[in-house]
Design a binder for this molecule. Structure first.
Ligand code: MYR
Length: 131
């Protein structure tokens, strides 16, 4: 289950990924240490996610398979959806500013959530531990 409170533990290739996203160096340095925490509450195919970081706090509601809007901390707007395939959450999002795709997956492994990202050929991971 994805339910619970998850705190960022470590990143893999996240700076390269952010660079590919066009995020400037100062913001990348800050974002690499954003103290991201997510609280996930899943009820059937509905999710409620509370996100908090050094940048902001926000709450997101989405239903599996249903498009919704999400803005990154730098204001970049995405539109897309999450789907569940087996135990894997798969997200396909489109940047509104340039139409390019950002794909992401979440899987629970032991006491960790591994979130993978891909944008324009660059992969990254952010790994969260259960709080
Ligand atoms: C959630 O489930 O937490 C809310 C929806 C997340 C949508 C997409 C996440 C992509 C985040 C990409 C971060 C890239 C920063 C450069």
């Amino acid at each position: 289950t994805f339910n619970g409170t998850w705190k960022i533990d470590r990143n893999e290739n996240y700076e390269k990924f952010m660079e590919q996203m066009g995020i400037n160096m100062v913001k990348r340095k800050l974002a690499a240490h954003d103290n991201l925490k997510i609280i996930i509450e899943q009820t059937g195919d509905k999710f409620h996610v509370k996100e908090s970081s050094n940048f902001r706090t926000l709450e997101i509601d989405f239903t599996l398979g249903v498009n919704f809007e999400y803005s990154l901390a730098d204001g970049t707007e995405l539109s897309g959806s999450w789907n569940l395939e087996g135990d894997v959450l798969k997200g396909i999002f489109t940047r509104k500013d340039n139409g390019k795709q950002l794909t992401t997956t979440r899987i629970v492994q032991g006491d960790e959530i591994i979130q993978s990202y891909n944008y324009e050929g660059v992969d990254a991971k952010r790994i969260f531990k259960r709080a």
